[in-house]
Design a protein around this ligand. Structure first.
Ligand code: NAD
Length: 484
């Protein structure tokens, strides 16, 4: 799909449709403010119809052999890979991230389809040793039913396939509601699924602006058996409460506040490069992004100087420019939050080592660009140290002992990703085990992939995506006891 001024958005029962009252909404490029497309503005009624289509398609899809479902997912993965450039350009234009990152996202999105195609063939049951000689017990796994998926704007492609991949592989049918800001790459993905031949009703898409209304319908409609959501902790809690009324299965991938610890035995150069990569990719708008750095006192000055040097060298600009390393923030609200966090830290005594203001792009001050920023002399009382900034700001604080570093790292209601750099193997095990986080990057700034379980402790979520357990969240276990 080339980005055009009027495009689709609602795909129900194998057909593209307009919104009921023909309404559309504009999708804008956050780098330029230009309108990229007008997309169907669906609402509760369209969501309800999509759920009904998914419900009607469930018996045939769930009874299709896993092998056939796997073949369709593999074909979709292959088409996505073949269309990498086109998908990456759409992604960069609606989200703002640099093209190189968008290409990476297309690759990971395709890998989620491919991984789950392979997992589909290995949904095994068990024969359970009997306790009574006249009975035999076995278990089988069956798809949970209709899945509702709600995805965010920061990874508008890979979050779609990370949810639909295991749902479809397991034999579930699905309704997707993509983020309002970034529906275009989701639409392109549905065009691919249509092209490779997913049967009507198996996957349905409803774009629209009524986030709360559509979310409530997806979380409460009795035909939906499973809700999977990626987004903020605030909205996740709301959906979890709504889903309780029908006891839906729920998976939540929510906010994070990742700590990054640097111990005095670390490779400083690697640690500094990793902290910058982890903080500034996607302009800091990643749930597993480093939010706060704690560095051991003896190496603090040397480490912080390197981080400031690397961060100040990053090129800010339009993601379509091949030199760009940091794109714009998604919208005005995101931009204002970054400014507020920096001002709060400054007013409480933080030193701004680099950045600290809106960025000039081609000499102009464009709305949503912010300079990569490194703050020193930070304290736990500053908002950057406990709230998700979701922007290009890296605060650094010092610590003295391993126990103190772990206590600081764990002092948060979040528990998604944590990073540390150290070379002592005992420390690597000790610290990994003591951090209350679902994902640990020990000397690894990108601890993710289709093969790695992804999910959070505490208020960062429920359940896991990816890895060998990902598909299990879309399956029920049925016990069958047979009297002989
Ligand atoms: P968000 O919670 O505002 O929105 C997420 C999705 O929910 C969007 O589709 C949005 O339109 C929809 N939504 C908004 N209000 C809703 C409501 N009342 N009812 C139902 N749906 C509603 O989050 P966001 O700003 O799009 O994304 C950023 C957040 O997502 C951050 O907190 C980030 O950490 C988190 N995130 C988590 C992961 C993860 O895997 N853990 C991945 C990416 C982003």
């Amino acid at each position: 799909m080339a980005v055009e001024t009027k495009t689709r958005g609602i795909f129900i029962d194998g057909e593209w449709r307009e919104a009921d009252r023909g309404k559309t909404f504009a999708v804008r490029n956050p780098a330029t403010g230009e309108i990229l497309a007008h997309v169907a503005d669906g609402g509760v009624a369209e969501v309800r119809r999509a759920i009904e289509a998914a419900h009607a398609a469930f018996p045939a899809w769930s009874q299709m052999t896993a092998d056939k479902r796997a073949t369709l997912l593999s074909k979709a993965a292959q088409r996505m890979t073949e269309r990498t450039e086109e998908l990456a350009r759409i992604l960069t234009q609606e989200n703002g991230k640099p093209l190189a990152e968008s290409r990476g996202e297309v690759a990971s999105a395709a890998s989620f389809f491919q991984w789950n195609a392979e997992e589909a063939r290995r949904v095994y049951g068990e024969v359970v040793p009997t306790v009574a000689s006249d009975r035999r017990v076995l278990t089988i796994k069956q798809p949970v039913g209709v899945v509702a998926a709600i995805t965010p704007w920061n990874f508008p492609l890979s979050m779609v396939t990370r949810k639909l991949g295991p749902a479809l592989a397991a034999g579930c049918t699905a309704v997707l509601r993509p983020a309002r800001a970034t529906p275009l790459v989701a639409i392109a993905t549905f065009e691919i699924m249509q092209e490779v031949g997913f049967p009507p009703g198996v996957v349905n898409l409803v774009t629209g602006t009524d986030s709360a209304g559509m979310g409530t319908e997806l979380a409460t409609n009795p035909l939906v058996r499973k809700l999977t959501f990626t987004g903020s902790t605030e909205v996740g809690k709301l959906l979890l409460a709504q889903a309780a009324s029908t006891v839906k299965r729920v998976s939540l991938e929510l906010g994070g506040h990742a700590p990054f610890l640097v111990f005095d035995d670390a490779d400083l150069e690697k640690a500094a490069r990793a902290a910058v990569l982890s903080r500034f990719r996607n302009a800091g708008q990643t749930c597993i992004c480093t939010n706060r750095v704690y560095v051991q006192r003896g190496i603090a000055d040397a480490f912080t100087a390197k981080v400031a040097q690397f961060a100040s060298a990053l090129k800010v600009g339009n993601g379509l420019d091949p030199d760009t390393q940091v794109g714009p923030l998604i919208d005005e609200r995101g931009f204002e939050k970054v400014q507020a966090h920096v001002e709060d830290a400054r007013s409480k005594g933080a030193a701004v080592l680099t950045g600290g203001r809106p960025a000039r792009v081609n000499g102009d001050l464009h709305g949503y660009f912010y300079e990569p920023t490194v703050l020193a002399n930070t304290t736990p009382q500053m908002r950057v140290m406990y709230e998700e900034t979701f922007g290009p700001v890296l605060p650094v604080m010092t610590f003295d002992t391993e126990d103190e570093a772990i206590a600081l790292a764990n002092d948060t209601p979040y528990g998604l990703a944590a990073y540390f750099y150290a070379r002592d193997v005992g420390r690597i095990f000790r610290v990994s085990e003591k951090l209350d986080y679902g994902i640990i990057g020990a000397n690894d700034p990108v601890p993710v992939g289709a093969h790695i379980p992804f999910g959070g402790y505490k208020q960062s979520g429920l359940g896991r995506e990816n890895g060998s357990e990902g598909i299990n969240h879309f399956l029920e276990v049925k016990a069958i006891s047979i009297g002989l």
